[in-house]
Design a protein around this ligand. Structure first.
Ligand code: TPP
Ligand code: DXP
Ligand code: MG
Length: 624
């Protein structure tokens, strides 16, 4: 096995050309076997095996810096930098991350998880090198999907003025998670197909050259003109016109060609973009046929590609997807927007049924939010479905474009709460904090699958900005018997007693219910309340609880700072009531990757910890 010769970075440089070919095959086999067990981002990784090998052959790590965009495609990089053993524990709690992590290896130059950051980070590294007089290479590797994100263009705009080498590798597989969209994607397509005209170009150039005295001038003029024919002579004009040298396109599965072009790129004394064409899912039939399905996958059966494990009941996303599609049939004003997450958010169903009213804007959350605001101002009912952690990108637009104008945009905040194996970059644990501070915005969250359906209907018709937050995974099926209509700003009383009150928000329902049962079994009086709205707070109910409860316990899967519980604390303090409030949530830290149940226990969002805390608090209250 050639892979066994790789123990650390740069070991790959000792291999013969034949061994390199064998290594590429072995890496693919290794990734397929490991990911079929642990799950992970398979298709993107299979696509960049040779590209990563070439980068490791040409550059010296850790001195040279490789910056991976998103970072979901860095598995081969991990393998080539001595982390083979980590794949058994990939994305598990305490195990190896699925993304580059500086704390994991000095060969990981920059932490990522969200898209379109690599060119900015690379430029920062270049500026630091210039200021400190270094001579190492800096290489940002960005996919064509990530090139739809605004940050990439902001960075390119800056990169054009560089006076020293900076290499941008554009890994173009013609795919985002789903099919890539938009003008840049079309442009790259054009460059790929222009490749086919190389022979024609050469022929035209040769013929023109033969015109005595004038041929060279004509060619020169054509290269300078703005006309479309220039494309024939200067591929990558878009980049070239910005002052960024364009090299390629090159076959991303040919190690020899890749190393040659990367060495060429190293010699450029300013920013240079190397256009590499790869195949997402390369080397594994089911992933080549359906790269979207294998973009991020759970465990699967290798021969068939079928998922293994139990078929989950409907997730919150499934409920959202079905109800929205249903609403779409009745209300032609409803339009749906995604920032490149049609499958993940469940909007693919709506897209299929109402293609005219569906917009995939690319990985452009900021634009998506303002686009939704425009749609609302123009008389439509926009629903922007977005993962909680990616919504962080659109914070200003939520305030400036949506809420300041009080426009009826429905923000469907998926993956709110702990998401699990993607880790720190993807945990949706900040949205309550950054949404609750925004005037005019209503924030709600459902306790179970039925309430999810009711809330989607409520939110679509709500005439002002509204965010509906719900988690990744199976929708809770408990508390089914409680289904009172959703009333603006009103919570739902599940059990009203005295003494201790448990006030949960959204999917903390199951945990809240079990804590409530345990507290009652321990002999305490205890009320159980489903908050439903994090904003506005149901102040009437809270005031009422304060009359005969000594302790209110809030439970949320969000950071405590600025979260739901803090709003309750603040309100109770302002009323001057003596009731104590204990806030349960995530403390001031990032939560790493791992199974969600394990993570909940780690952060203290589990029955045992909460019950112990309540007993301790209550005892203290009684002693006072
Ligand atoms: C800000 C942000 N929005 C959405 C995502 C989800 N996401 C992860 S990878 C990906 C597609 C990236 O496409 P590309 O860069 O072409 O890489 P490929 O998977 O094709 O290798 C998307 C949309 C993200 N990581 N960050
Ligand atoms: C890398 C990335 O950002 C996405 O692929 C993400 O991992 C998808 O997460 P879900 O599995 O929750 O859809
Ligand atoms: Mg791509």
């Amino acid at each position: 096995m050639v892979l066994e010769k790789i123990h650390k970075e740069n070991d790959i440089k000792n291999l013969s050309p034949e061994e390199l070919t064998m290594l590429a095959d072995e890496i693919r086999q290794f990734l397929i076997e490991k990911i079929s067990v642990t799950g992970g981002h398979l298709a993107s990784n299979l696509g960049v095996v040779e590209l990563t090998m070439a980068l490791h052959l040409v550059f010296d790590l850790p001195q040279d810096k490789l910056i991976w965009d998103v970072g979901h495609q860095a598995y081969t990089h991990k393998l080539l930098t001595g982390r083979k053993a980590g794949f058994d524990e990939l994305r598990k709690y305490g195990g190896m991350s699925g993304f580059p992590k500086r704390k994991e290896s000095e060969c990981d130059a920059f932490d990522t998880g969200h898209s379109s950051t690599s060119i900015s980070a690379g430029l920062g590294y270049v500026a630091a090198r210039e200021l400190q007089g270094g001579s190492h290479s800096v290489v940002s590797i960005i996919g064509d999907g990530s090139m739809t994100g605004g940050m990439a263009y902001e960075a390119l705009n800056n990169a054009s003025r560089l006076k020293s080498n900076f290499i941008i590798v554009l890994n173009d597989n013609n795919m985002s998670i789903s099919e890539n969209v938009g003008g840049m994607s079309q442009y790259l397509n054009g460059l790929r197909t222009a490749q086919a005209y190389t022979g024609l170009k050469k022929g035209v150039e040769d013929t023109l050259k033969k015109i005595p005295g004038k041929g060279d001038r004509i060619i020169c003029h054509m290269k300078r003109t703005k006309s479309g024919i220039k494309q024939l002579f200067v591929p990558g004009m878009f980049f070239e016109d910005m002052g960024i040298t364009y090299l390629g396109p090159v076959d991303g599965h040919d190690i020899r060609k890749l190393t040659r072009i990367l060495n060429e790129a190293k010699r450029v004394d300013h920013a240079v973009l190397v256009h590499v064409m790869t195949k997402k899912g390369k080397g594994y039939g089911p992933a080549e046929e359906n790269p979207s399905r294998f973009h991020g996958t759970g465990p699967f059966d290798i021969p068939s590609g079928m998922s293994v494990g139990k078929k989950a009941t409907d997730s919150y996303t499934d409920v959202f997807s079905k109800v929205l599609a249903d609403i779409g049939k009745q209300d032609e004003k409803v339009v749906a927007i995604t920032a490149a997450m049609a499958d993940g958010t469940g909007l693919a169903r709506f897209a299929k049924m109402f293609p005219q009213r569906f917009f995939d804007v690319g990985i452009a959350e900021e634009h998506a939010m303002t686009f939704a605001a425009g749609l609302a101002a123009g008389g439509m009912k926009p629903v922007f479905a977005v993962y909680s952690s990616f919504l962080q990108r659109a914070f200003d637009q939520t305030i400036h474009d949506v809420c300041l104008q009080n426009l009826p945009v429905f923000i469907a905040v998926d993956r709110a709460g702990l998401v699990g194996s993607d880790g720190e970059t993807h945990q949706g644990v900040f949205d309550l904090s950054f949404l609750l501070e925004i005037p005019n915005l209503t924030v709600m969250s459902p306790k179970n699958r039925w309430e999810m359906a009711d809330m989607v209907r409520f939110a679509v018709d709500f005439p002002y900005p509204v965010a509906l937050r719900y988690p990744r995974g199976e929708a809770y099926e408990g508390l089914k018997e409680f289904r009172t209509p959703i009333l603006y700003g009103k919570s739902e009383v599940i059990s009203r007693e005295s003494g201790i009150a448990i006030l949960f928000i959204g999917h903390m329902s199951g945990l809240g219910e079990s804590v409530w049962k345990a507290i009652k079994e321990a002999g305490y009086h205890c009320s159980l309340i489903n908050a439903r709205f994090a904003k506005p707070l149901d102040t009437e109910l809270i005031r009422d609880l304060c009359r005969d409860h000594e302790l209110i316990v809030t439970i949320e899967e969000n950071v405590l700072a600025g979260g739901f519980g803090e709003q309750v604390v603040q309100y109770v303090m302002q009323t001057g009531e003596k009731t104590r409030v204990r806030t349960i949530g995530i403390s001031d830290d990032y939560v790493e990757h791992g199974n969600v149940e394990v993570l909940r226990k780690e952060v203290g969002l589990d029955q045992e910890t909460i019950v112990a805390q309540i007993k301790e608090d209550y005892l203290m209250i009684k002693e006072d």
